[in-house]
Design a binder for this molecule. Structure first.
Ligand code: SAM
Length: 332
């Protein structure tokens, strides 16, 4: 299978994955693992809808100088119909590329798709509509839960409503501390009338390696508790812990199989796959993150992908900087 995707295997290709996925060989991928944009407008790369409201990314005059209110400052209720269309437009975006992924996966292969608690149902709808089956929704239990829930009494105090502030003392606005993130686990269906055991024999996927994924001698559950390792370098604002990604790869693939991540960010999936002797195919649209991911691979896996991939890119797009802007280092 590796030869079928020769130009893409063990490379992070700079570009829009939606243009490249159709060029991959059919039935060639054993695992899809991606921390996709969540559609919550976390940053420019996460804006996947037509809402041009300037308040969305902290650009409205009312937000200037107010960092707490800068991003995702809007109430769930929204300020306009455009806010309420965001969910559906995000689903359409997912649907567009999920359909392209389907023929590339082997029958019975797993797909782990990271999402936000408030938008994961859109991912599930898009993937089901594209032909995948939902196996489970795993919970990644995060070490730290950043939380802001405004006190109602303070809001009323500011309005001079002393009695109301007293009545509502102890109440807050917003949500409970977000201690987990969902990971939707899908499977590409196998032949109707066949069995999963037949499928494992034919395609080499469909089972879980529980033995190698034990935690303290016990089988893993669907609550995954993994934090960043000591000294693990943080490059991307949405970066995931290496140990979490390694766990998911080990759980569902054997050595030499191929993992596809079309939204690589800082390259966590590529590093994890390489360390576990799996192959990877990766894409990243932002030149800064692309460059940072290549450098990370070189540093953490002793590769020379930075050089190899730049040569490859130059071949694909004659002047990559014209198409994607200057190649700058996106490390923060
Ligand atoms: C949530 S982040 C991934 C972070 C990653 N898990 C890590 O550990 O660093 C998603 C990434 O997808 C990239 N992206 C968004 N749309 C893309 C597209 N159409 N093709 C390729 N990459 C894209 C963004 O630039 C962003 O870096």
């Amino acid at each position: 299978m590796i030869n079928m995707n020769k130009e893409y295997v063990d490379k992070i290709t700079l570009g829009d994955s939606r243009d490249h996925i159709p060029l991959l060989a059919d039935n060639s991928i054993e695992l899809f693992l991606s921390d996709i944009p969540y559609g919550i407008s976390l940053d420019d790369w996460d804006v996947l809808h037509n809402n041009t409201n300037s308040a969305l990314l902290g650009q409205s005059p009312a937000q200037v100088g107010k960092s707490a209110f800068k991003r995702r400052g809007k109430p769930i209720n929204g300020w306009s119909q455009a806010d309420r269309n965001i969910g559906l437009e995000y689903q359409q975006w997912c649907d567009d590329w999920a359909k392209k992924v389907l023929p590339k996966m082997k029958n019975g292969a797993s797909l782990f798709v990271f999402g936000a608690r408030r938008t994961i149902h859109r991912v599930v709808n898009a993937f089901e509509d594209s032909g995948f089956l939902l196996k489970d929704i795993l919970a990644w239990k995060k070490g730290v839960a950043h939380h802001r829930a405004q006190r109602v009494s303070i809001v009323f105090d500011r309005r001079g409503l002393e009695a109301e502030a007293e009545t509502w003392n102890g109440w807050r606005l917003g949500n409970l501390a977000p201690a987990y993130e969902p990971i939707a686990w899908f499977m590409k269906p196998y032949k109707i009338g066949g069995t999963i055991a037949d499928n494992i024999l034919e395609h080499g996927v469909g089972a879980m390696n529980v033995q190698d994924c034990q935690s303290n001698g016990a089988s893993p559950t669907n609550i995954l508790e993994f934090g960043f390792g000591k000294g693990e370098r943080r490059i991307h604002e949405a970066q995931k812990p290496l140990r979490l990604i390694e766990f998911l790869i080990k759980l569902t693939t054997k050595e030499d199989q191929v993992v596809l991540d079309p939204f690589m960010g800082s390259g966590t999936t590529a590093v994890a796959a390489t360390r576990l002797n799996r192959h990877f195919i990766g894409f990243e649209i932002a030149p800064g993150f692309h460059q940072a991911a290549l450098q990370r691979l070189d540093i953490e896996c002793g590769t020379s992908y930075t050089e190899v991939c730049q040569l490859f890119q130059t071949k694909l797009f004659e002047k990559p900087e014209e198409k994607y802007g200057e190649l700058t280092n996106g490390c923060t």
